[in-house]
Design a protein around this ligand. Structure first.
Ligand SMILES: Cc1cc2nc3c(=O)[nH]c(=O)nc-3n(C[C@H](O)[C@H](O)[C@H](O)COP(=O)(O)O)c2cc1C
Length: 366
């Protein structure tokens, strides 16, 4: 490994022919394109998009990055229903949970939804995942990232199509399973991370996953927002980093201004892990939303995808109608170190030079 000004060599830079082993997960195609142009690796979060949307966003990104590599992330958890049938799921939602959701509508004067929410556009099911995977396989995207679980059949199909498969893992046992399934690259995502996350901290998780990976590339994730983190990740044995929170406060992410303000103001201690977003443990910034669900007497969130269907339209209405106290965003603990909006190019340049500085200091040349 070598990290000197503008000339980094790790297993990941070599493998993809990229300048920096910095992976950026985002829901904005503009972020992905700018990260790729700045020498990193962008991965579009497509799990809540329809197959048609995925096809068109992949074509759009390709047309803007040329033949440089980029990826798409899907979440394909175990135990989802076979079909995309909202009525069947609705029928099993307990009345007490519906009443609690009604109470939130009333207490905060949330106007009725004008459209389905992000989580209710379709039901997470085997059927919807298979349709998303089909489009990804047909596309020329270079890498498929699997956010929760790594189904061996999907891994095999993607590899047959020449795609690199990357699996996010939050526990050593998940790392072993991902390797058995055939994943090429592991992302060791510690609890500090924004979005769905586990309970093991990044510092404890990364070296364990590196050992299990026995030479396969590993990216460190969870709390990586500066070059000091990147240098630390390399010292822990990772070959690069995987980041999410850092891009929420870039202009190209087009984050809603209310959320932007909340993110800028947030300290690390203003994030918490809650099941109230999707039914699975999810780190987000604290708001009236999490306070309501964690208050005494609130019902336990349902499992995914029942919880998605219970709250999805309400979450959509909160954002569409700007119901400020309830507005929130997934974000990791690293948010406490980000104090202003900037462009993707600025963030990439800062990460690069901070890492080079930290590396030089560790090598004793500073
Ligand atoms: C708002 C938000 C949404 C996320 N959604 C997903 C997702 O759909 N799929 C996934 O694999 N990871 C998702 N993640 C997790 C990221 O892929 C990444 O592992 C994480 O952000 C890394 O930690 P960091 O937030 O501290 O950088 C999300 C993260 C955030 C902040």
């Amino acid at each position: 490994m070598n990290i000197t000004a503008g000339n980094w060599q790790t297993a990941i830079t070599e493998r993809f022919g990229i300048r920096y082993p910095i992976f950026a997960f985002a829901h904005s195609a503009d972020v992905i394109v700018e990260v790729v142009k700045a020498g990193g690796f962008g991965v579009f979060g497509g799990t809540r998009n329809t197959p048609d949307e995925i096809r068109s966003v992949l074509q759009d990104i390709r047309s803007r990055v040329g033949d440089r590599p980029f990826g798409i992330d899907l979440v394909i958890p175990k135990g989802m229903p076979a079909h995309n049938n909202r009525e069947t799921i609705e029928a099993e939602i307990p009345d007490g949970h519906r009443m609690f959701v009604d109470h939130i509508y009333q207490k905060y004067n949330v106007p009725a939804p004008v459209r389905s929410g992000m989580r209710t556009r379709f039901v997470r099911s085997e059927e919807s995942a298979a349709a998303q995977v089909r489009v990804v396989l047909e596309s020329d995207v270079n890498l498929l990232a699997l956010g929760v679980g790594s189904p061996p059949d999907v891994v095999a199909l993607a590899k047959e199509r020449g795609k690199t498969v990357l699996a996010l893992v939050g526990q050593p046992k998940h790392a072993r399973r991902a390797i058995e399934a055939g994943a090429d690259i592991l992302v060791a995502q510690g609890s500090d991370a924004g979005g769905h996350t586990g309970s093991i901290g990044t510092f404890s998780l990364v070296p364990q996953v590196v050992d299990i990976a026995s030479g396969r590339p590993v990216l460190a994730a969870g709390g990586v927002v500066s070059g000091r983190h990147i240098a630390a990740a390399l010292a822990l044995g990772a070959d690069g980093v995987w980041t999410g929170t850092r891009w929420l406060l870039t202009r190209e992410n087009h984050t809603d201004p209310v959320i932007t303000r909340k993110l800028i103001d947030a300290e690390s201690s203003d994030t918490l892990i809650t099941r109230s977003e999707s039914g699975k443990t999810f780190r987000q910034i604290r708001s009236a939303w999490s306070d309501e669900w964690h208050a005494p007497g609130a019902p336990e969130p349902l499992k995914m995808p029942y919880h998605d269907i219970l709250v999805g339209d309400l979450l959509g209405a909160i954002n569409d109608h700007h119901v400020e106290p309830l507005m929130h965003s997934g974000a990791g603990q690293g948010i406490g170190m980000i104090r202003a909006e900037s462009t993707v190019a600025e963030v990439m340049a800062t990460l690069a030079h901070e890492t080079e500085d930290a590396y030089a200091r560790l090598c004793g040349s500073k």
